[in-house]
Design a protein around this ligand. Structure first.
Ligand code: ZN
Length: 181
């Protein structure tokens, strides 16, 4: 690692990004009005299709990329639609299509599920990522680049996120507990 400021996006560089994400012609997410999004390049902290498209950009440069589901949030998996007995839900629970809830899977992990359909005896939950099966149109501008610290490289994520945890760095889910969360 060198102390020189990197000039291009490449592996092990911390990238500061402004972006918009458009899905199905609708603006889905944007860094407008937020602090810039920062991530460590080359460590799968962002979706692969976007990461690939940014390689080689200098600060101030922009790129527009259409990311396919396989390089985004994955294909929509019909097997991830599961029927749950309504009796398993708390009494008085009023399910609504499109509502999100947390379910614990057989693997003990907590998944976010979306209510897909409501039937008399069962409720169909969709465990797919909300953007699974979608093409993602990103417009991204590289705002700044800096070298990563040795500790950041070791952890595989940045430690000075302005947005706190869970905004792409996945500090907490990786359980590093080193002050980034
Ligand atoms: Zn860490």
């Amino acid at each position: 690692m060198s102390d020189l400021k990197p000039t291009r996006v490449e592996n092990d560089v911390v990238v500061s990004l402004a972006y918009t994400l458009t899905v199905d012609g609708q603006l889905y997410d944007s860094s407008d009005g937020h602090a810039p999004f920062n991530y460590l390049h080359g460590h799968r902290n962002i979706i692969p299709g976007l990461e690939k498209a940014l390689v080689g950009l200098a600060a101030g440069e922009s790129r527009e990329v259409l990311v396919s589901p396989s390089e985004g949030y994955g294909e929509f998996d019909p097997e991830s639609l599961i029927d749950m007995d309504r009796e398993l839900f708390p009494e008085g629970y009023e399910p609504q299509v499109g509502a999100f809830l947390h379910v614990r899977g057989d693997d003990g992990q907590v998944h976010t599920a979306c209510i897909h359909e409501i039937h008399d005896k069962t409720i169909t939950l969709d465990l797919n990522h909300p953007l699974a099966g979608k093409e993602l149109l990103f417009k991204a501008t590289v705002l700044d680049l800096r070298a990563a610290s040795a500790e950041e490289l070791q952890h595989g994520h940045i430690h000075q996120s302005n947005e706190g945890c869970g905004s792409g760095g996945d500090c907490c889910s990786e359980g590093c507990g080193s002050g980034c969360c």
